[in-house]
Design a protein around this ligand. Structure first.
Ligand code: SF4
Length: 96
């Protein structure tokens, strides 16, 4: 997993972005995916993808399509990952 230095919370998880990877990105695929599949909650600021709305609004507006991660990993510079809250996973692992 890449180093992350920017985090955005959404209802069921967190977006982690490594701005070092973004500096070498050629296409900002995360932003394109957000426009195609999401709700325009990301925007570019000084060549970096950041939240386009405040934290409360982000939680309300983000449709959790996960497109930003998929497009970043497939077409971008692999700077964005999503961490989902897996409720009960740790307890499950202790049993299995
Ligand atoms: S596609 Fe990935 S590497 Fe490129 S700007 Fe977006 S988050 Fe950064």
């Amino acid at each position: 997993m890449s180093k992350s230095n920017y985090r955005i919370q959404f209802r069921t998880g967190e977006i982690l972005i490594d701005f070092e990877a973004c500096r070498a990105c050629k296409n900002y695929a995360c932003i394109k995916a957000d426009r195609l599949f999401g709700t325009s909650v990301l925007r570019l600021q000084d060549g970096k993808p950041v939240a386009a709305v405040n934290p409360d609004e982000f939680q309300r507006v983000c449709n959790e399509c996960l497109g930003c991660e998929i497009y970043c990993q497939l077409f971008g510079n692999k700077g964005l990952t999503i961490k989902l809250n897996s409720i009960g996973l740790e307890e499950y692992r202790e049993v299995v």
